[in-house]
Design a protein around this ligand. Structure first.
Ligand code: ADP
Ligand code: ZN
Length: 435
């Protein structure tokens, strides 16, 4: 099913004509309303009427997270506060949070795009949606909420936390879909098990997970423990919030980017050079319909690639692959680039351990050290007097990390349930190096 057939299946040439028209409008508008853009364009020697084709966008300068921080809190707004009906902020995962604003029309657009996502996940107005993304300044909760209402589904605004109560609600209200971070889904499944609830017997059949990187193996793990189909959703507050891109149930491979509202480029993060479709690099978005907080060529620092092949669901919007990580979470360990998601991909699904882990990077003398703490399963723990079993598990993980990532790690198996659990975005890396 497609929520907005007209726009989601536009033939490429028509889509591009629409994009160009919208791009011209937004560039013109920010030049006259946002001091930052006037200065940036003047400095780069470009004018709004330099846009005569979509390819001309590359002449324009990037906008970075630092630019948003420099203009904290409202310096990048393109409308007066009297036209702003909502404020949100990024979670601040990687530093000072950035503040974003929405006009009434921006909220309508966002709601529609979120409704498109829910429909891409196979939901209809007959679904009951358990929305465990945090409500508040974080965009996850309210973003999904408005989309669900727009679709006409019934939404349970449970937000994050109070996990035991969530299990009760899941049993009593019988939601058919759940939205939260993948790490919170694991947390819920574990809590359910502790309370003697078999998650597979619940009515949940669809999970929409995002807001943090997760691996394909984690998808399988969550699907198996919760008995549902897990889909990936992508978004970031600077560009809108959740609903910038979404997987479809038909393909479940790559997320369609709503290209009638956002232009996407993939660049080499070191040189800024635009990469051909299919190559991995940093995602750069330009919003072409936003009123309150339009951004031109925003560098997300998220690493992914475009999947140019057409999709059998009928949507013509390009797909982006799973995010491998953020350029600022990339760890350089003894010269090797490692994303936490690659370590996750090795651990999850590994027999005898649970998908709960912590990565600790340190430096001893001049040498970087990598320690991976991972919880053993209850079953293995019960047999722990068989030291050999533990040793073998440890050795196997060390070997897999070496084989897949090319680095040596110290692996520490820890007791079940001893590592931290998360309600929103997981934080699994401790970098103790003082560089
Ligand atoms: P913050 O940058 O402070 O975490 P947000 O709360 O706006 O700000 O979160 C947006 C970020 O979350 C994205 O830039 C991306 O790094 C991450 N993210 C969102 N959805 C996904 C997803 N499906 N897979 C991986 N990472 C994601
Ligand atoms: Zn599709």
């Amino acid at each position: 099913m497609i929520y907005n057939e007209d726009f989601e299946t536009l033939p490429r040439e028509v889509l591009e004509t629409l994009q160009l028209k919208r791009l011209k409008q937004v560039v013109e508008r920010v030049y006259h309303t946002v001091g930052f853009y006037r200065r940036a364009f003047d400095q780069a020697g470009v004018q709004p009427d330099d846009i005569t084709s979509l390819a001309d966008l590359r002449k324009f300068p990037f906008t970075t997270k630092q630019d948003l921080r420099d203009n904290y809190p409202f310096g990048m707004f393109a409308v007066p506060m009297s036209s702003v009906v909502r404020l949100h902020a990024s979670s601040g995962t990687t530093g000072r949070a950035t503040v974003v604003g929405y006009t009434k029309r921006d909220i309508d657009t966002w709601s529609e795009l979120m409704a498109r996502c829910l429909v891409a996940a196979g939901l209809t107005k007959n679904d009951i949606i358990h929305n465990a993304y945090g409500y508040g300044l974080f965009t996850g909760g309210l973003g999904v909420h408005y989309g669900a209402e727009k679709l006409g589904a019934s939404v349970i605004p449970i937000s994050g936390g109070n996990t035991k109560r969530q299990i009760m609600i899941l049993q009593d209200f019988g939601p058919t879909a759940i939205c939260c971070t993948p790490s919170y889904a694991l947390n819920l499944a574990e809590q359910g098990k502790e309370m003697g609830v078999d998650m597979k017997t619940l009515k949940l059949r669809t999970g929409i997970f995002g807001a943090e990187p997760w691996s394909e193996k984690m998808r399988v793990e969550i699907e198996n423990t919760m008995g549902l189909t897990a889909l990936n959703i992508y978004g970031l507050s600077e560009i809108m919030g959740p609903g910038v891109a979404m997987e479809c149930t038909e393909e479940r491979h790559g997320m369609h980017i709503f290209e009638d509202h956002f232009l996407v480029e993939v660049i080499n993060p070191q040189t800024g050079e635009i990469l051909p479709p299919g190559e991995e690099g940093e995602l750069v978005f330009t919003t072409i319909t936003k009123e309150a907080f339009p951004l031109i060529r925003y560098r997300t620092r998220d690493i992914s690639r475009l999947l140019p092949a057409p999709c059998r669901c009928g949507r013509t919007h390009a797909r982006m692959d799973r995010i491998t990580g953020r350029s600022d979470d990339m760890l350089i360990i003894r010269g090797v680039n490692v994303f936490p998601s690659q370590i996750e991909a090795v651990l999850v699904g590994c027999e005898g351990v649970e998908p709960h882990y912590q990565i600790i990077v340190d430096r001893v003398g001049n040498l970087d050290t990598l320690e991976i703490q991972v919880e053993v399963s209850e079953k293995l723990f019960a047999n722990a007097d068989e030291v050999k079993v533990l040793q073998n598990t440890e050795r196997r993980i060390i070997k897999d990390i070496k084989d897949y990532l090319g680095i040596s790690a110290k692996v520490k198996l820890v007791e079940p349930k001893s590592l931290q659990r998360f309600e929103g975005k997981a934080s699994r890396v401790q970098d103790r190096r003082q560089i």
